[in-house]
Design a protein around this ligand. Structure first.
Ligand SMILES: [Zn+2]
Length: 87
């Protein structure tokens, strides 16, 4: 893991998220009801050996990245199709 330097004047707290599927990413999935307002959110229990009240991690974010993922997949498929027709 690449070390990250602290920035003076900022909190600099860390959260280390695992690569849960071994694909180089750690994916968050919003568990709020469909059509909710406000930021997306996922909460999980970090570790049961921490004191009660400090075991839950809640992550919030603004943008649903599935749209970007689908656009990237389409671009990749188009690129592969183009490469297939090259002489
Ligand atoms: Zn959501």
């Amino acid at each position: 893991m690449k070390p990250v330097s602290d920035v003076p004047g900022e909190c600099n707290a860390r959260l280390y998220i695992g690569d849960d599927y071994g694909d180089g990413t750690a994916t968050m999935r919003c568990k709020l009801p469909a059509g909710h307002t406000g930021p997306h959110s996922e909460s999980f229990t970090r570790s049961t050996f921490l004191p009660p009240g400090r075991q839950t991690v809640t992550i919030t974010w603004e943008i649903d990245e599935r749209a970007d993922e689908e656009a990237c997949a389409r671009a990749s498929e188009e690129l592969e199709a183009d490469e297939g027709t090259m002489p």
